[in-house]
Design a binder for this molecule. Structure first.
Ligand code: NZQ
Ligand code: ZN
Length: 380
């Protein structure tokens, strides 16, 4: 086990009707700005619940943070926040609204241009922020990460900073999600675990078992959710699984991968593929290309998650990869680039971008542009 420091300060407020708690959770005497996406919250009643909970308080609103939030939009929110001396943000929406708000929080507190903060990878200062989370997927509600896009250059990068002060998760707000959004959310959460688990063997039994618990839970609830997307107990488990998949709990003292995410971000930035869907395409490719390096963990994963106990080592590894791809397909997602109209030219563009940036991802730092090309070619 590697050395680590763990501290997750987010207060998680979970369950039916919890949006009411906003009144108590938000401090008094703050200059509050609420941030929203494109309007789903007005259609599913979340906005009304928030307004009701905030009755008697003053606040301003910023609307229009798009999926894969763009720095161009967020700069406008930063300006509005500065003009109004805003010192606290409440994000009401999915991962995009919250990620965008993490950058707004940094942009208000820091004179640096918002894109410079993203490129730097770290927010040195942020005003406090909190969330009412409406999409189980990213874990943004209980982590310090945010991923921001720049439309002008079709780039998408993550940065790190503070955690939300609190996040309210009411599984009932997920009832309005489309089947596709749910599929992408489940794929995102499942992949978050794989990125922290399918790496170096033997680092921590506890982390392994914890990660496997989240994977098994997602695998177990996914078919039920497809049939009954308004089943409270299933959606509650889904929502909590998505939070636990990326709130630092399963990565104490273990190495992490994240190559699939970095490649997926390129597919989103260049071709607009929804985040979770991009991972369903790339993750099986990453495993196919890096199976030698990941074989011990793939064996363990195959046995403990998919019950693969027969065959040679190589056969079992291949079977585990195949079952992973099948799992994503069982959610209703495609897993091959041509199914999304993406071909060889796009692969070259991404490989060239990585080589030009001089980046190399993965637990061994060996996923450079050339390995990325191989990964994407194996997704054709
Ligand atoms: O904009 P509105 O109108 O609100 O509609 C949204 C949006 O169109 C809609 N929606 C949200 N809640 C809903 C709803 N529709 C019906 N019912 C509800 N309850 O869903 C659409 C997608 O929302 P979005 O916020 O984009 O989804 P998600 O939560 O999956 O966030 C994706 C973003 O998070 C980043 C991704 O890269 C992507 O930009 N990620 C953030 C991470 C983090 N902060 O740690 C980690 C992840 O790996 C990921 O990269
Ligand atoms: Zn993700």
């Amino acid at each position: 086990m590697n050395n680590f420091i763990f501290q997750n300060p987010t207060k998680l407020v979970f369950g039916k009707g919890q949006i009411k708690k906003l009144a108590d959770l938000l401090p008094d005497s703050i200059n509050l700005m609420l941030t929203f996406g494109g309007g789903s919250v007005t259609r599913n009643g979340v906005y009304d619940q928030v307004k009701e909970a905030l009755r008697g308080r003053n606040f301003i609103e910023f609307w229009g943070i798009e999926p894969n939030p763009r720095v161009e939009t967020l700069r406008k929110a930063i300006e509005l926040g500065r003009e109004n001396n805003i010192n606290y943000l409440l994000a009401v929406g999915g991962g995009s609204v919250l990620d965008g708000s993490k950058l707004i929080a940094a942009g208000i507190a820091d004179e640096t241009d918002a894109w410079e903060i993203v490129k730097r990878g770290v927010a040195n200062k942020q005003i406090p922020f909190a969330s009412v989370m409406t999409v189980p997927a990213t874990g943004s509600e209980m982590n310090g990460g945010a991923v921001i896009s720049r439309q002008e250059t079709l780039e998408k990068y993550g940065f790190f900073g503070n955690y939300p002060r609190f996040s309210i998760l009411d599984p009932e707000v997920t009832y309005s999600l489309s089947d596709y959004q749910i599929a992408c959310g489940l794929a995102d959460a499942f992949t978050h675990v794989l990125e922290q688990y399918l790496t170096t063997p033997g680092q921590s039994r506890i982390m392994d078992r914890w990660a496997e618990g989240v994977l098994l839970s997602i695998k177990e609830i996914a078919p039920g959710i497809r049939e009954k997307p308004k089943d409270y107990e299933l959606m509650a488990d889904y929502m909590l699984a998505a939070t636990l998949a990326l709130n630092d709990f399963i990565r104490m003292g273990v190495t992490q991968d994240w190559a699939t995410h970095q490649i997926g971000h390129e597919l989103t930035a260049l071709h607009g593929i929804t985040h979770g869907h991009s991972l369903a395409i790339v993750m099986p490719g990453t495993l196919r290309v890096l199976k030698e390096q990941k074989k011990e963990k793939l064996m363990q994963y195959g046995e403990r998650i998919f019950g693969i106990t027969e065959g040679t080592k190589a056969e079992r590894v291949d079977k585990a990869i195949e079952m992973t791809e099948q799992f994503y397909r069982s959610l209703g997602l495609t897993t091959r680039l041509p199914e999304e109209g993406i071909g060889k030219e796009a692969i070259d563009t991404i490989a060239t971008r990585f080589n030009e940036r001089g980046v190399a991802y993965g637990e061994n730092g060996n996923v450079n542009g050339d390995v990325t090309r191989e990964i994407l070619l194996s997704c054709l």
